[in-house]
Structure formats: structure tokens, C-alpha cells
Design a protein around this ligand. Structure first.
Ligand SMILES: [Fe+2]
Length: 333
């Protein structure tokens, strides 16, 4: 069986929701990966999100095929039908204030209406492929695969394991940011998912942005720099933003994520609130030297405001769920 997978090319979609990045294609013949490449290698545009026409052509050529119609199945990395689910609000409402709930509700309603009105669905994505490749894909020859399932499959199927517990930690898929799955043989079963805006990936993205690097691009630089820093300095700060529950679930300060996401979409760069910069110092600008900052210290006034802000969120969350959540960091107790 010949399977061609591709990603990127969420063409025509509003910037608000992101339009994909790093378009690419891969071809698997009888369970063996034959070729995989990114479109940027051909069109020379870094992180190109354009339809991966040249990457697909390369994959087909490497597999000895003349046309995409010779492929048994074409798969896309995203399923439009799973976007903007209502439980993005219901799962996360405990960590939001009234305004954030209203904002999230409004965005979900608007985007669902947009999808319906513009008929932006899996069929539309399939037509983009047909238009670009000049073919008609017959019934059952094109399939949209949920994003996190793609992440799990790309790792598990190529591993030596017969059975594994798989955890994905992404910025955002269609609507989930993390999933826990059990994979066995060819089956993948989802046990738990965390829905956006609750996202460790977004926190990583904003940390990258705060450090003066390009989000969705330079995260590897932050990873490379991390061993040179002193983790003890910022541990308490990140503990104030992320709560780890007894059962392994996590909860990121969603109000902050929503706020930063909104400014990032609007200005192309996240604008960090004064309470944050009072403790961390100003965000590093691109090109400025990378320096060690001695400590994370909030002036008492800001520290109390920050503490109140987090306290309100976590206690609201606790009372709704009727269970104990992480205690305060030792430094604030
Ligand atoms: Fe992803």
C-alpha cells in the first residue's frame, strides 16, 4: 500500500487561528518510509506554509511514481471538523474569569459560524489538493487525520515498540494541546486530552517570544540555551503559572495565555503585561545580547497583585472541581 501524507497549506484561513507552518510531505510504501521533505527546501522560503506541491512531487519521484493518482491513500494532518469544540470552554472555564469566558465563547461561536459560512471543512481541504495537483481524488483516497493522532502515529509506528503509552505536548492541534494515548499494534486509543487555551506548548511559545526569538520557529534556540541558565531562578515563577494535579493533569494560567495569544495575533509579537515584566524584567528584543538575569524578583506591590491573580484562579478551579490542587510555592507561603 502506498500512502502519501502532507501538512501545511491551510490556505485562505484567517490569521487569527494560524495558518500552519513548515509545509511538508512524506511517502510510505508498504510500511516503509521512502521519502520525506519540507516545501521550504524547494521554494527557499523559511517555514513556508504554502501547498507542498514540490515536496509531494519529490516524494512521488523517489517512490518511482508518475502521478498522485497512483497513490492508494493521501492523508492530511488536520481535521477541520474537530476545530472549535464547545468543550474548549467547558473544560477550561474554571480557570477563566467572566471576561475570558465571554471572549472564548465569542471566538468559538464566531469561528464555527465562519467555518459553516465559508464551508471551510475537510472537503474544502481536499479540493485545494485536487486544484493544486490537477487531479480528482476518488472516494476513500483522501483522508483528514486528527492532528495529535498524526504526532503519535509518526513516532509510534516507526519505533521498535509493540505497545506504548504515548504523550503529545503541542501548542495546539485542532483544539487540543496535549493527548495521552495507548498504542498497541496498529491501534491508538486516546485516554485523555487537554484543550486549548490550556497549553504547555503555548507557554513555551511565549517564553521563546519573551526571550526575543521568533515563536513557532526558534524554540530550538531556547532549548539549546536552557542548560546555560540557572533553573532555580525561575522555578517559582513557572510554578505560579503551571499547576500539576495529583492525577497528572496540568493547568496553565489560561487568562495569561488568552491575553498573550490575542496580542500575538494582533501585533505579531506578544505584549507582556506589566505584572510579568516587573518580575522578569523587560522582554529581550531581537538582536540584543543574551544575558543572565540574576533573579526573578517582584516588587512587593506587584508580587501581591500577581499572587492575588493566581490565587483567584486556582481557588476558583479548586472549588469547582471539589478537589485539592497544588499548594502555593514555598516562597510565597
Ligand atoms: Fe503539532
Amino acid at each position: 500500500m502506498i500512502v502519501l501524507g502532507y501538512n501545511g497549506a491551510l490556505l485562505g484561513y484567517p490569521e487569527l487561528t494560524g495558518t500552519g507552518h513548515d509545509s511538508s510531505a512524506a511517502i510510505v510504501v508498504d510500511g516503509e518510509l521512502v521519502a520525506a521533505c519540507e516545501e521550504e527546501r524547494f521554494n527557499r522560503e523559511k517555514h513556508s506554509a504554502k501547498f507542498p506541491k514540490q515536496a509531494m512531487a519529490f516524494c512521488l519521484k523517489q517512490a518511482g511514481l508518475k502521478s498522485i493518482v497512483e497513490v492508494d491513500l493521501v492523508t492530511f494532518y488536520w481535521s477541520c471538523g474537530l476545530m472549535f469544540r464547545q468543550d474548549m470552554l467547558t473544560q477550561n472555564r474554571a480557570g477563566m474569569n467572566v471576561l475570558e469566558k465571554l471572549g472564548t465563547w465569542g471566538v468559538l461561536r464566531t469561528m464555527r459560524a465562519f467555518n459553516k459560512f465559508t464551508r471551510y471543512n475537510d472537503d474544502h481541504i481536499k479540493k485545494i489538493l485536487e486544484r493544486n495537483m490537477g487531479v480528482t481524488m476518488g472516494d476513500g483516497k483522501w483522508r483528514a487525520v486528527p492532528h495529535h493522532l498524526c504526532h503519535v502515529a509518526s513516532t509510534f509506528y516507526d519505533s521498535p515498540h509493540e505497545e506504548a503509552l504515548c504523550v503529545t505536548l503541542d501548542g495546539s492541534g485542532e483544539c487540543s494541546s496535549s493527548q495521552v494515548c495507548v498504542a498497541k499494534g496498529t491501534d491508538i486509543k486516546t485516554l485523555h486530552e487537554v484543550l486549548v487555551p490550556n497549553s504547555l506548548g503555548f507557554l513555551y511559545l511565549f517564553t521563546t517570544n519573551f526571550l526575543g526569538f521568533t515563536p513557532n520557529s526558534d524554540e530550538y534556540k531556547v532549548m539549546g540555551l536552557a542548560p546555560y541558565g540557572n533553573r532555580a531562578v525561575y522555578r517559582e515563577f513557572f510554578r505560579s503559572l503551571v499547576k500539576l494535579h495529583d492525577d497528572g493533569r496540568y493547568e496553565v494560567d489560561q487568562g495569561l495565555m488568552v491575553q498573550l495569544l490575542a496580542t500575538l495575533r494582533k501585533h505579531g509579537v506578544a505584549l507582556f503585561p506589566p505584572a510579568l515584566t516587573a518580575g522578569l524584567g523587560p522582554a529581550r528584543k531581537e538582536g540584543e545580547p543574551v544575558e543572565q538575569r540574576a533573579t526573578w524578583t517582584l516588587p512587593p506591590r506587584c508580587r501581591n497583585a500577581w499572587r492575588r491573580r493566581c490565587s483567584t484562579r486556582w481557588s476558583a478551579s479548586r472549588s469547582r472541581r471539589g478537589r485539592t490542587i497544588c499548594a502555593w510555592p514555598a516562597v510565597w507561603r
